[in-house]
Design a protein around this ligand. Sequence first.
Ligand code: DGJ
Length: 692
Amino acid sequence: MPVEMTPGDLPVFALHTETTSYAFTVTAEGLVRHLHWGGPVAAADMIVEPVWELSTNDLIQDIVVQEYPCHGRFRYNEAALRVRFPDGGRELDLRYREAILGDERLDVVLEDDKGLEVTLHYSVLPEVDALVRWATITSRVPGVVLESVASAQFHVPFRDLDLRNVSGHWGAEQQEVVQRVSTKVVLESRRGISNHHHSPYAVLSREATEVAGRVWAAALAFSGNTKVVVEQTQYGETLLQLGVNDHDTEVALDPGVGFETPQVVAVYTEGGLGGMSRKMHAYGESLMDPQVRPVLYNSWEATNFAVTAEGQIALAQKAAEIGTELFVVDDGWFGRRNPDQTGGIHDGLGDWWVDPEKFPAGLSPLIEAVQEAGMRFGLWVEPEMVNPDSDLFAAHPDWIYREPGREVDQARGQYVLNLNLPEVEEFIIETLDGLLRDNDIDYVKWDANRPMSQVGVRRDVWFGHIAALYRIVAEIKRRHPGVLVESCASGGGRIDFGALAVFDDFWTSDNTDALDRLEIQRAYSLVYPPRAMRAWVTDVPNFLSQRSIPLSFRFHSAMMGSLGIGCDLTAMSPEDLAASSRYISEYKQLRPLMRDFHRLENPSSNDYRLFQYSSPQGAVLFAFLPASRLGHKPTTVRLRGLDPHARYRFTHDWQQREVSGEYLMNRGLRLWLQGDYASSVIRFDRITEPTG
Ligand code: DGJ
């Protein structure tokens, strides 16, 4: 049974996924005490050891590891909850009141006699082998203000753990960082956007490799300001807390109206980092629309703001010829969206009408051309923003965030609309709805190209902005079922499990250099599913790196995610167009085999980068050698995730072969790439029936 509770006044609770258990109890003082997060244990077996105060400086509230430790009493580690009561008091004294047990869900209610109630929610996802946690804070009295609220706190009973996350910035998102936790580490976002710089998750491990070792990981489903705190305590264990960032944030509680935090997904495995990633991917997949993501063409790198009906139709014809399934017109089609002599742009955003100079007959001729060529049509928008020279700003200068007595800063020549205003929320919904009703649009790319700042006097707007964003996207999808919405924020600024539950497609990074992308995509795959990772093949020299990487390597790198094309196809040679067409066709055939993702080991002294997908029908290997060095050595590729007893057919070194899964996983294949930017994709077809 996924949820257990022992009888008695001080019950033990246990939540079970397929391979893990999570347990806690209630102490005589009414504290909810954490007991276990790891391999399977039964609630009835749980021995609840006594806790002793170590000294008058190390008292019981600090030593008992709590499921949701609050500010006050003798507690000094990061508080999951801080409030301000109407009398100015800030100490919380939450005690267990009751538990409500469902089949796959447990709610634990805590109460403070100053009129506050906290419900800790636990839900088990048996098919994902994961646990989801969040909390609801309800006040019974007026005047209570939330000063800080986490979604959950976890405990790992070890010290000196390795913490993995990413760090980066625009054009260099998702750079993996690994550090030993010996004190306190805070990973946060304060820009109103979840993850150019860090991502709202923590992967904690002990001597883990890709294939083995204990890993505890938790990720927050929220796309705004987030805070992840990892703290090694003085008492020899590690705390992990995830939630909405309390930076510049306060939320007033209306009596009787619960504040529900974003959810956190938590997984534990002894199957190493790879095992952890596949559970996180399964969770991400469970949030996503299952339809196959189309191979798309996007106009941004080819035309920038200079889009015209004629130019886009020319691109669309070529895109269809090479097998693209969706044609997306990026920035530049609306308002008076033209850069000035210095390249700066101050107009357009907010005016979501089709530019009659660029599209004299509206979008219809282009959409018809796209559809006649057999593709679906997509359009770029940036609905949260407004330019100072736009008609929208002239009509509603009060719709943007403003700091009293200050001039409002521009970034990329634009302001952020205050989505907390109901009239702004309605304007965006009605404008997008109109756009989608007037034009046959199947796909919307939703961009956001600057951080929030100067949000004014209210401190609940950071959270409110994202809540409104989620409502708007959900409403648009409700009114236009089947439309896919891509999340983009100046590249990969908005990828997290909150966004994954609302959006359908994700722009990984504006960095489209195929070699840089291997790094970005590898770290992306740590937690987020590769199907949610858009990857385009673009022209060379790459606009950022100025590197010229061969088309084969560029395609192979992009085929690891959801493939897109961003080249100026009207300038592409017939040979490259023909090759592109072959790669796209190959990708479409490989797509059904691309299910479980594996980052493979490279035993060679040459710098091979090896990735693999497995599925019940077969596998796909992606191998890259950016530079051949010192002896041009081969590598050995040991595949993973195959059925050891099944046989697989594949072509290697120009020969068709057939061997067992066991052979491919245990002995492996010798692979010898030569030259610089060498790459290879090998398909393995299972030739005996899948067992399950
Ligand atoms: C940033 C995005 O990441 C790009 O793909 C492109 O859509 C531009 N914005 C358009 O302004």
